[in-house]
Design a protein around this ligand. Structure first.
Ligand code: B12
Ligand code: SF4
Length: 484
């Protein structure tokens, strides 16, 4: 069996406008999902070709040339809901030139819309619903033996005119047994994120799921499963020795859920000496981290923590079901900063309960905190989140995402935010101004500059600063318009 995996280019994401400056200078990261898929397939003896269109600087025609030569049985793509139409058009393009090859989609989107992923999409032949580790071994075995896919959990497939699905696969419980992502297939020296400081840079996944219940998050309330400290540190070692990795970005939704595990990872990194050779960062919540953990993280080489803070208004935090207090945020961010770990804050604009006043409260709160970086994003209601089901669907005219994925030609129609009385254009302007108000202060500029560790990073900051300054000047010259 030959399997090609394509990490396609997503230049414009509809309904997740983010912040243009951030998107442009965001960087390009390895696709951890597909690298796990690759390692599972390799462990099954499947031949792999991997195309990272941005990282390897490949055009569609380059990928097609490679595919024609490789002549795969399958092409695999990973999909987020907002990328679905991109994935579909890649599938159609590849299939029009390689009609014998089947296309398989996987990822969050397929999990939310299993049958719909194939329903109106003749170019998609299979969808993997669940983790590749739980679906592909049996899929490959049956494909090789010609047994057919009846009752195979986690697989959506076509049976003549019918679409068959026997239900999702169980979550993988033995994460330590999962092979490390297949980093030997990708150009590790090409990856970076906006604020990373060393190359080679890579991303990790040390736990899956999240026990918390933030209303905007698809992962909310999913079973949290984690790899052992031993396995995590072994991956650090492999990355250092075999892939020249010097910086690791741990992407887990909630790395710090188990204090015992965090302390053990830190202890092992220190005793192996890797804490002096590599730097790394994590995502955390202010209520799952404490002073003891912060000290251990610092000693083990963790140099940045991304915190989901979301709002400076206690009422909005409550509506978001964030379950964190303003005092706790202050305490932990200050402690993080004092220990010399760089704190980064994520904030939301346009949450349920938000008014112009609470948004200003959020901006003022962010400015008061000793954060090195902050990002203000407009909130989007993704499918299968409480935000979508409770705040959007009951008042919206239609099921936006169901329509979005079945529409053959997606337009750039904005889904709206019926839970807030401020219009989209004004919210975007507010998010934009929040960024400007936040960064264009002497203290903040100094904080950003003092974190510069390389010429590469300095160039990125200067380019982002120039873009922000330019849009700031333009936004000052434009007449602010109120709507909503
Ligand atoms: C890390 C992360 C990111 C990273 C991506 C890192 C990377 N390069 O892989 C970054 C920060 C870049 C990111 C960006 C965005 N993200 Co994000 N992200 C996550 C997060 C927290 C974890 C994902 C992860 O690493 N999972 C671990 C991997 C191992 O598991 P997995 O993804 O499920 O993959 C397994 C299976 O799905 C399956 N599989 C996956 N693909 C395929 C393909 C094939 C062929 C097969 C067979 C199987 C298969 O096998 C995999 C291995 O077991 C999730 C939340 C969550 N907890 O899931 C949000 C999440 C996926 N992100 C989300 C969103 C919206 C975004 C953005 C659009 C947000 C924005 N404002 O820009 C951007 C998109 C940017 C882009 N260009 O793609 C949403 C997606 C919602 C949806 N319905 O699609 C999520 C669910 C969070 C949420 N809001 O609820 N994200
Ligand atoms: S936003 Fe973070 S903490 Fe909240 S449910 Fe999602 S992954 Fe968990």
């Amino acid at each position: 069996m030959r399997f090609a995996l394509v990490h396609y280019d997503v230049s414009r994401i509809a309904n997740e406008p983010g912040n243009k400056t951030v998107m442009k200078h965001f960087g390009h990261m390895p696709n951890i999902q597909l690298l796990y898929v690759a390692s599972v397939l390799e462990s099954l003896g499947v031949e792999i070709a991997y195309y990272d269109m941005v990282g390897m600087e490949l055009s569609e025609a380059d990928v097609l040339r490679g595919l024609k030569k490789f002549d795969p049985d399958f092409i695999g793509l990973s999909v987020y809901t907002s990328h679905f139409h991109n994935a579909k058009s890649y599938a159609a393009y590849f299939k029009s030139h390689l009609p014998r090859t089947a296309v398989m989609l996987g990822g969050v989107h397929a999990q939310i819309f299993p049958v719909e992923t194939l329903l109106h999409n003749p170019d998609v032949d299979y969808a993997c619903i669940g983790e590749a580790e739980m679906v592909l071994p049996e899929f490959v075995r049956r494909w090789r033996s010609g047994e057919g896919f009846d009752d195979l959990p986690g697989l959506v497939w076509r049976d003549g005119e019918d679409i068959r699905f026997a239900g999702p696969a169980e979550p993988c419980q033995g994460l330590d047994a999962v092979p490390f992502p297949a980093r030997h297939l990708v150009p590790n020296h090409k990856y970076f994120n906006f604020i990373s400081t060393r190359r080679n840079y890579t991303v990790f996944n040390t736990s899956r799921g999240c026990p918390f219940r933030c209303i905007f998050c698809e992962a909310a309330g999913s079973k949290w499963r984690a790899r052992s400290a031993q396995s995590v540190v072994a991956e650090f070692e492999e990355c250092y020795e075999d892939h020249g990795v010097r910086e690791v970005d741990i992407f887990d939704s909630s790395f710090t859920v188990s204090k015992r595990r965090v302390l053990e990872i830190c202890r092992r990194l220190v005793s192996s000496g890797l804490n002096r050779k590599m730097i790394w960062d994590v995502r955390s919540r202010v209520d799952t981290i404490d002073e003891e953990m912060l000290e251990a993280l610092k000693e083990a080489g963790c140099y940045r923590i991304f915190y989901g803070i979301e709002s400076g208004s206690p009422q909005v935090l409550k509506k978001l079901r964030k379950e964190i207090s303003i005092d706790r945020i202050r305490k932990i961010i200050r402690k993080t900063d004092r220990l010399g770990i760089s704190p980064f804050g994520y904030f939301l604009v346009g949450s349920p309960g938000d008014t112009r006043e609470t948004i200003q409260e959020t901006i003022d709160f962010a400015k008061e905190l000793p954060l090195d970086f902050a990002i203000f994003n407009c909130l989007t209601a993704f499918p299968q989140t409480e935000l979508y089901e409770r705040y959007y669907l009951p008042v919206a005219a239609s099921d936006f995402w169901a329509e979005y994925i079945t529409r053959s030609l997606p337009d750039a129609r904005f889904m709206g935010r019926p839970w807030v009385s401020i219009g989209d254009a004004e919210l975007r302007r507010m998010a934009h101004r929040a960024m400007n108000q936040y960064y264009f202060r002497p203290r903040q500029l100094w904080r950003a500059m003092r974190s510069v560790k390389s010429l590469d990073q300095l160039r990125r900051y200067c380019a982002a600063g120039r873009d922000m300054l330019w849009s700031y000047v333009r936004s000052r010259n434009s007449v602010p318009k109120r709507e909503g």
